[in-house]
Design a protein around this ligand. Structure first.
Ligand code: NAP
Ligand code: ZN
Length: 351
């Protein structure tokens, strides 16, 4: 049993997104049905719609920064009731029984987590459809509570851009006085600045774009380094405990490794694939430096972040768009022309 709802998606990697209809299952005992109010636009949406990573399934309906209101709950749901605010991030399911799931690391589910879009749907057997739609039906374990005091549209990006940068900040134990750098000031990067600053770190932004300096400072950066300027890069040699690298495309890591302190870590969250040019291991060995990766965050950690944002009044800087503007928004994202996250007002899908 299912309900047909309006959505926006694409039929092929080289086609624009357009209106379409998709089915949402009727609530099972553990499910929450949510009317979607806002959905953030992540660079991963674009990678998936255009099959940049291979493996995209069509039709593809992206969107994994979802904020909405509960319209219906299943008979065994205890966490939510109709009328509550609710949010969904990058995952809608996992096996819930493996060692990682039991440790609140559902993103590393040993049997594969179910992505909010382009995932293998554990209910229907088909693939999942994301938040560029009127409604979504999700297992209560994967539904988050939203602080009542925050602007709802600006909360949406916390569900992916926020948690993807929060998780490494927490894993590498960033605290008062830690020296943190962020590479790339986009959706993920601007949340990283805000969150690292709120944890008391001294924060530096590496950017290619000189025009972002003043805004970066207002977002929480103490210092901005233009990454193409060798003199500026030299001025921060050996400085950082942690670097969060959000750049989506292949880029040279060697100049950044020099800016790590002894035992420091550069954590990649953006680019998936083979590094070019080659990486020189000498600075890693001589300074016990690490290169690591990190994927979103677990459900408990995402709730921790939402609560932290509620307490510290942290939301994303957004540009609210209509669903019909999504293709232009993707083109602007490719030019780094977004300050700093597009969020879709899902009311526009009803018109
Ligand atoms: P975004 O808003 O487009 O921001 C990316 C920023 O990187 C840009 O604003 C730009 O900053 C910089 N940049 C872009 N192209 C570059 C290039 N060729 N060389 C150097 N710098 C470049 O993207 P986003 O939504 O933050 O996502 C960033 C990446 O993270 C995407 O690949 C996305 O798929 C991935 N992601 C990963 C996870 C995870 O769990 N690991 C979760 C969500 C997203 P400047 O102008 O400041 O240089
Ligand atoms: Zn995302």
């Amino acid at each position: 049993m299912s309900t047909n709802v309006k959505a926006f998606g694409t039929e092929a990697a080289d086609a624009d997104l357009q209106p379409m209809n998709i089915d949402r299952r009727d609530v099972t005992p553990q499910d929450v049905e949510i009317e979607i109010l806002y959905c953030g636009v992540c660079h991963s949406d674009l990678h998936t719609a255009r099959n940049d990573w291979g493996g995209s399934k069509y039709p593809s309906v992206p969107g994994h920064e979802i904020v909405g209101r509960v319209t219906k709950v299943g008979s065994e749901v205890t966490k939510f009731k109709a009328g509550d605010l609710a949010a969904v991030g990058c995952m809608v399911d996992s096996c819930k029984t493996c060692d990682n799931c039991k440790q609140d690391l559902e993103q590393f589910c040993l049997n594969g987590f179910t992505g909010t879009y382009n995932g293998k749907d554990r209910h229907s057997g088909g693939h999942t459809f994301g938040g560029y739609s009127e409604k979504v039906v999700v297992d209560q374990h994967f539904v988050l509570k939203v602080p009542e005091n925050l602007d709802l549209a600006a909360v949406a990006p916390i569900l992916c851009a926020g948690i993807t940068t929060w998780s490494p900040l927490r894993h590498w134990k960033v605290k008062e006085g830690s020296k943190v750098a962020v590479i790339g000031l986009g959706g993920l990067g601007h949340m990283a600045l805000k969150l690292a600053h709120a944890l008391g770190a001294e924060v530096t932004l590496f950017s290619r774009s000189a025009g972002k300096t003043e805004e970066a400072k207002s977002l929480g950066a103490d210092n901005v380094i233009i990454s193409t300027d060798a003199g500026q890069m030299n001025s921060v040699r050996g400085k950082f405990d942690l670097i969060i690298d959000t750049v989506p495309y292949v880029h040279d890591l060697n100049p950044y490794i020099q800016t790590l302190h002894t035992s420091g870590t550069l954590v990649l969250v953006g680019f998936l694939g083979n590094l070019e040019p080659m990486l020189n291991t000498a600075p890693l060995i001589l300074g016990r430096k690490s290169i690591a990766g990190s994927l979103i965050g677990g459900i408990a950690e995402t709730q921790e972040l939402l609560d932290f944002c509620g307490q510290h009044n942290i939301v994303s800087e957004i540009e609210l768009i209509k669903m019909q503007d999504i293709n232009q928004a993707y083109e602007r994202m490719l030019k780094s022309d977004v300050r700093y996250r597009f969020v879709i007002d899902m009311q526009s899908l009803k018109n």
